[in-house]
Design a protein around this ligand. Structure first.
Ligand SMILES: Nc1ncnc2c1ncn2[C@@H]1O[C@H](COP(=O)(O)OP(=O)(O)OP(=O)(O)O)[C@@H](O)[C@H]1O
Length: 583
């Protein structure tokens, strides 16, 4: 198993992350403006309360009239009520704004992940992608509520500082002593936190990757007695993830301590300055009380801003990983018109391929497959059959050379176009969670039940489907009604029949069953191939023999090509294989 960190998907830079999130936020301008207005109004109402309380203190000291005391108290109550209502409204608005931006981003990431070149996705490993679209999305979504609080806190801090200045500029200056303490702590903590949280999320992704590869390859793990080695790997990855988390927590605790010092210093400075101002007669006791209350009010938002730095950094790292997915090049959404159902031939010229830095596995293949013709590819294991079939079917692009489907270069076909032109059944057939009808309708969302039954009949699956407890409505997939690998292959073939593409690529569609089942699948494949241009990667030679032509591959090259009977007569490699098969 390769090192899971080596091919992990990119992580966006801080700037790219901010630009991307800001773009998502700007898609909802009305919510944005309403959020800013409500937050400003809520903060202003909240700042008025301590100022009025200071006034109340002055009235008491000056033995003011009962009427003026009651009137000021009524204003305090009114301002407090308005602040409560406006704070609730602004919190709701800002959360809604952030949630919508986040949902847009999640959609973009998912869309990108699904449209990504499957080879790129495989290289990155399903664990990395899964961690990003689950754990990272969750982390960012959870942080939105927090970010809403942070946004409101920021506005409150700005409005409160303006309130200080309205009282006495010297008190505002005294308050500013906390700024260097905060600034120095942040300057030291920010770059460290960035590293620590990025490392924490990376370690978590590697742990998920190890867990998924272990469970995904559980048969191999058992077959080779690798349980102990694999569990040691998982244990090591889990320990690394826990260590990374602890390092992040330790860094944060240091920062939290610095914040407490700053608050103690700030309050002392405000009270001391207030004492001097009252003694010199420049300020009243009420004004200093208001300043102390304002400062106390700041503890909440400032603490919130700085303490949530922890989670904001962590969410920022998760956001950067999400935005990173959107930076991977993917084919455009829709290019050109959708292909029509007319049969289309395949032309390949000088196709070469190698995986990443590996050796060349397909050498200079040039071939023309006529409209409606079926071509079987046979050859020893590792000859390059699957790779060539995948390239001809547009599953991934060749490293070099060109392929045309129905006269159009594969690179010019958009994903929807390609999907309508070629139906591919690979060795990994998958049954998706849901009802059997849902599973089939993945290929043709608007197909009627009658059309589903017709497709099942074509691949000879109508018998066992009718015997299921709820027929087409039976739930299949993980933990639901069990489906054999052979039945899953039949469903994959039925999906192709429903999709009705002019070209099909079948990679070992009959390899998943025992010999009786294999024969049934061969017939199903033949039924699906009929009337289409087809490429069949065949391990069973009866399947190859039923095709119009056979290409024999060896070490990435086509070494024989012709009609099966002609090849047998010619007495070459295929003739040997055929003779051995019939023995
Ligand atoms: N995703 C991949 N990454 C790296 N190398 C790969 C990948 N897939 C296949 N290969 C290598 O490319 C070569 C050709 O593989 P391919 O699967 O195309 O052969 P095949 O003839 O279909 O083999 P088989 O009959 O065993 O499926 C092999 O050496 C294989 O190890």
């Amino acid at each position: 198993m390769s090192d899971p960190t080596s091919t992990i998907l990119p992580v966006a830079t801080g700037r790219a992350t901010l630009v991307s999130f800001w773009r998502s936020l700007r898609r909802h301008p009305m919510l944005g403006w309403a959020s800013v207005a409500a937050s400003l109004a809520a903060s202003a109402a909240a700042v008025v309360v301590p100022l009025l309380l200071g006034r109340l203190v002055d009235l008491v000291v000056a033995a003011g009239t009962t009427r003026s005391l009651l009137l000021t108290s009524a204003w305090i109550l009114g301002a407090g009520f308005a602040a409560a209502v406006l704070t609730g409204a602004s919190r709701w608005l800002v959360t809604e704004w952030g949630m919508r931006a986040c949902a847009d981003l999640r959609e973009e990431v998912l869309d990108h992940a699904l449209r990504m070149d499957s080879a790129r996705l495989e290289n990155a490993g399903s664990g990395d992608v899964a961690a990003r679209v689950t754990e990272d999305v969750e982390q960012v979504t959870d942080s939105i509520r927090l970010a809403a609080g942070v946004f409101i806190a920021l506005v409150t801090v700005v409005v409160t500082v303006a309130g200080f200045a309205a009282l006495d500029w010297r008190i505002a200056v005294a308050f500013l002593v906390i700024v260097p303490v905060y600034a120095l702590s942040l300057r030291r903590f920010t770059p460290r936190a960035k590293r620590l949280y990025a490392a924490e999320r990376q370690a978590a992704a590697v742990r998920t990757q190890h867990l998924l590869t272990t469970f995904g390859g559980v048969r191999t793990v058992h077959a080779y007695g690798m349980q102990q080695r694999q569990s040691q790997r998982v244990e090591r990855a889990s320990r690394d993830a826990a260590d990374a988390r602890l390092r992040a927590v330790r860094g944060f605790l240091w920062f939290a301590n610095m914040m407490n010092y700053a608050e103690a210093i700030g309050l002392t400075a405000v009270l001391f300055t207030g004492f001097l101002l009252v003694r010199s007669g420049d300020s009243s006791v009420g004004e200093v009380t208001a300043a102390a209350l304002l400062f106390h009010r700041l503890f909440g938002p400032l603490g919130m801003l700085l303490m949530s730095f922890n989670d904001i950094q962590s969410a920022g790292a998760a956001l950067a990983r999400l935005v990173g997915v959107t930076e991977v090049d993917v084919p455009a959404g829709r290019a050109g018109e959708l292909a029509t159902r007319a049969p289309a031939g395949i032309t390949a010229k000088s196709v070469w391929h190698r995986y990443a830095d590996g050796p060349t596995v397909v050498h200079d293949v040039t071939i023309e497959i006529a409209e409606g013709e079926s071509l079987a590819i046979v050859g020893e294991s590792g000859a390059g059959k699957t790779t060539l079939a995948a390239i001809l079917g547009g599953v991934f692009p060749a490293a070099d050379g060109a392929v045309w489907l129905g006269g159009r270069l594969i690179g010019d076909l958009g994903p929807d176009d390609l999907r309508r032109t070629v139906g591919v059944v690979t060795q990994e057939v998958h049954v998706f969670a849901g009802t059997l009808a849902d599973d089939l309708r993945l290929a043709a969302p608007h197909a009627t039940d009658e059309q589903l039954h017709a497709a099942l009949r074509l691949v000879d699956a109508d018998g066992w489907v009718a015997a299921l407890p709820a027929g087409l409505a039976t739930r299949v997939g993980d933990g639901e009604h069990p489906i054999t690998p052979g039945q899953a292959q039949q469903l994959a073939l039925a999906r192709i029949a429903l999709l009705d593409p002019p070209i099909v690529v079948l990679d070992e569609a009959s390899a998943e069953a025992g010999s009786a089942g294999a024969h049934q699948l061969e017939l199903a494949s033949q039924a699906v191939i009929r009337g289409r241009t087809a490429i069949v990667v065949a391990h069973r030679l009866t399947q190859a023999h039923a095709c119009d032509r056979v290409a024999v591959m060896s070490r990435g090259r086509i070494v024989e090509l012709g009609r099966p009977d002609d090849l047998v007569e010619a007495g070459g490699r295929y003739a040997e294989l055929w003779a051995a098969w019939r023995r």
